[in-house]
Design a protein around this ligand. Structure first.
Ligand SMILES: [Zn+2]
Length: 235
């Protein structure tokens, strides 16, 4: 099968740490959701202000570049809206304050599906690549905000006073989990995903080399290009 599971969803939200995370972790799936008519919103928790080794580039300049790149990449995939929370890159903490911010936005947007990172992934199997701490913390924040906080009126009663009623998300998909049980064939949007990744010019180095590397990696794997998730269904 390897298709988006049958659904009646109207809205999906991708909650991740950095500008470029959505495209790297699951850009193909995002494009497929958008093509099904599902409104996709990004909620990015940091401003990506450490995503450069250039000591002469100011934080403000880097944030502005990354914001523009993220907007261009998301536009390519058909994403409707991006919300930047602007926390510092590398300093994410799963605090009550940030959970309140995320719950507020979940209740405003009312997504049926949330896509996030798997917080249990410290390193990937079999590559042994270390998963950035912000990705792990962002995964905890997203899961804890969805369940039980977003759907429970006793969490953050001040949000009720803002007119934000509890909202129950139906599913969370954890991208590139080491315990994946959902594979999505992204063949139809693979080129689109690569083009979206190319928009992150400050992050990918020389574009032609980057593309060649990505294509080589895909060729090494047998079968169609896939994006994988651990699917959590709330009932
Ligand atoms: Zn990242």
């Amino acid at each position: 099968m390897k298709k988006i599971p049958k659904n009646t969803w109207k809205r999906a939200m991708v909650i991740m740490a950095h500008p470029d995370d959505p495209e790297f972790f699951c850009g193909g799936t995002i494009a497929l959701l958008a093509q099904q008519g599902i409104t996709v919103t990004y909620l990015l928790l940091t401003n990506g202000n450490k995503g450069s080794n250039d000591p002469h580039l100011s934080d403000a300049a880097l944030c502005a570049i990354r914001r523009r790149e993220q907007e261009a990449a998301a536009r390519k995939l058909g994403v409707q809206e991006i919300i930047f929370l602007d926390h510092n890159d590398g300093e994410l903490e799963n605090s009550v304050e940030i959970r309140r911010e995320v719950v507020r936005i979940i209740r405003q947007v009312q997504p049926q599906l949330v896509i996030a990172n798997d917080p249990s992934v410290i390193f990937y199997v079999p590559s042994g690549y270390i998963n950035h701490a912000d990705h792990r913390v962002a995964g905890y924040i997203a899961i804890d905000a969805v369940f039980p906080a977003a759907g429970n009126p006793h969490f953050f009663p001040e949000l009720l006073r803002e007119g934000l009623e509890p909202h129950a998300v139906q599913e969370i998909w954890l991208a590139r989990s080491n315990q994946s049980d959902l594979e999505i064939d992204i063949s139809a949007v693979n080129e689109l995903r690569l083009q979206a990744l190319l928009e992150h010019r400050s992050q990918i180095g020389e574009p032609e080399e980057f593309l060649a590397r990505m294509r080589k990696r895909q060729e090494k794997e047998a079968g169609p290009p896939l994006e994988t998730f651990k699917r959590l269904v709330m009932r």
